[in-house]
Design a protein around this ligand. Sequence first.
Ligand code: IPD
Ligand code: CA
Ligand code: CA
Length: 290
Amino acid sequence: MQSPSADQLQIFLDIATEAALSAGAILRDRWGTIESVEEKRPGDLVTEVDKQSEEIIIKILNRHLPDYPILAEESGIISGTRERYLWAIDPLDGTTNYAHGYPASSVSIGLLIDNIPYVGAIYDPVSDRLYRAAKGLGATCNRRPIQVSPTADLRHSLLVTGFAYDRRETTDNNYAEFCYLTHLTQGVRRGGSAALDLALVACGNLDGYWERGLKPWDITAGIVLLEEAGGRVTAYDESPFDLQSGRILATNSNLHGMLSRSLLTTPPLQVWSDLEAMKNLGEKEKTSPD
Ligand code: IPD
Ligand code: CA
Ligand code: CA
């Protein structure tokens, strides 16, 4: 199959941007006014703003590009004849933050072509930051080029992660990894918006991100942004990234091997109740270069 031209990608990017800004305007107007919050399952919230935001995004995408399939968090799959393409949209990434008035949420619009992330637009309505990228065209924040951090030592890094909504139903819930990486680094943040987490790694404000249990709408746009900013995205074990696995390791590139090894050798949670066992943990993972 032929790759899309730079001109085509620019058109897709401009459409994604229009949709992200229009939806972002709704998020900004409704900020602090949410009254009714539904729970899809314990901890997984949805507000009327999620739905309004999604409605306007779908309308704009359909107006410019009828027949392009869409995968939207609240509506599911909307089929179309242009089967090489799939818009992956999260109308409000960080609903829990948004519902509580904690300022970290975004609109995320990504385009997959032959299952590969090609275009991404992420908009944070509270900080008024627009992140954009397309394969081969670079990555920007508010139209200025962005670049990942140069951090090359895990001990000097600041990371971010998240916990999926099934965290109470599985022991593969990222709690052990969170403790271990907190131990090895300057800190691990729990941002609450996967798209923004990836955007902040792309900007060099954070050095790496990992998470499990993610959906294509959470990360498609952010992956393009990070790769275009010089970062690297793989599975935890550095094998090629698989969008369906829900598991992502995304870093500034320099830390990739160290972070991968740490995730693969994470000790069980019991270690943190034993001071002796905690000593010298992870010396190798922290320091050995790739
Ligand atoms: C969630 C956020 C969060 C991540 C969860 C996602 P939502 O999306 O991205 O950071 O940890 O796994 O489901 O529900 O706010 O759109
Ligand atoms: Ca999400
Ligand atoms: Ca969402």
